[in-house]
Ligand binder design. Structure first.
Ligand code: CA
Length: 260
């Protein structure tokens, strides 16, 4: 009888190892990353240029891609854009150069989930990788097998909790799809995660710090611009007039308020 069974003990060790693709052309950095990620228990592959990265990632079997921007054959932006265009939503952590501040904005626009500036601190990089993977698992648990079968086509039959409706819009947290001003489309990992926080706290002030903490999993993330970029994208999706938002309001100096 199930009642007599010992308490199920689910530990991280029982989950299949996360698969990580390192895309880096500088041999010393590449080997260092591969070595340290393997020590953390991840299954790691290495690609040394953009084309090799696209080929390896094409199968869609990676949970996270550590993507250098400056690469031979196809740079990191192009790789990321092409992956997203092909429907590959592996978490992407981009490695940008310190002297190229535009890389950060461009990287996030091309679909990266987070970025780190080179030279990076190894411990921080490993923490970010872990955070992104945890976030991916959290989102995946909310979606499960049903979403994979339905692929968002089953309008009307969704349980209330997986779908947020506001105005003429909706967001489906299982399929990541949403009815936006551009029609029904897939939201990015970060957009979905921010909307999930909003959905939990309708009409409440959500501090920017809380979003950084929960969505980026780094309370001391150096750059709050990552939050603003996602808010800009969400307003584009759900606000006719970004200057006079109906749903995603700014609370000056604090954060945001979502009004369904
Ligand atoms: Ca490079």
């Amino acid at each position: 009888m199930s009642a007599a069974e010992p308490t199920a003990k689910v530990t991280a060790a029982e989950e299949p190892a996360s698969r990580v693709l390192v895309v880096e052309d500088e041999e010393a950095i590449a080997q260092g990353l591969v070595y340290n990620l393997r020590r953390k228990g991840y299954r790691v592959d290495l690609a040394r240029d953009g084309e090799a990265a696209l080929e390896l990632a094409g199968g869609g079997s990676y949970d996270l891609i550590l993507l250098d921007v400056r690469l031979p054959k196809a740079d990191g932006f192009e790789v990321c854009q092409r992956l997203r265009r092909d429907g590959n939503f592996a978490a992407v952590l981009m490695l940008t150069a310190r002297d190229q501040p535009d890389d950060i904005v461009y990287g996030l626009k091309s679909g990266a989930d987070d970025y780190m500036v080179k030279p990076f601190d190894l411990a921080e990089l490993l923490a970010r990788v872990e955070g992104l993977l945890r976030r991916a698992r959290w989102l995946a648990n909310g979606s499960s097998a049903e979403a994979e079968n339905g692929a968002g086509a089953d309008d009307g039959g969704d349980p209330e909790s997986s779908r947020l409706t506001f105005g003429e819009f909706w967001v489906d947290f299982r399929t990541w799809r949403a009815a936006t001003l551009d029609g029904v489309r897939e939201l990015s990992r970060k957009e979905i995660a921010v909307m999930q926080v909003f959905a939990e706290k309708p009409n409440e002030v959500v501090p920017r710090r809380e979003l950084l903490d929960r969505v980026w999993e780094l309370p001391n993330h150096p750059n709050t611009r990552v939050v603003d970029n996602v808010i800009v994208a969400l307003r584009k999706a759900f606000e006719e007039n970004s200057w006079r938002p109906r749903h995603i309001h700014s609370v000056r100096g604090v954060g945001y308020r979502f009004v369904p």
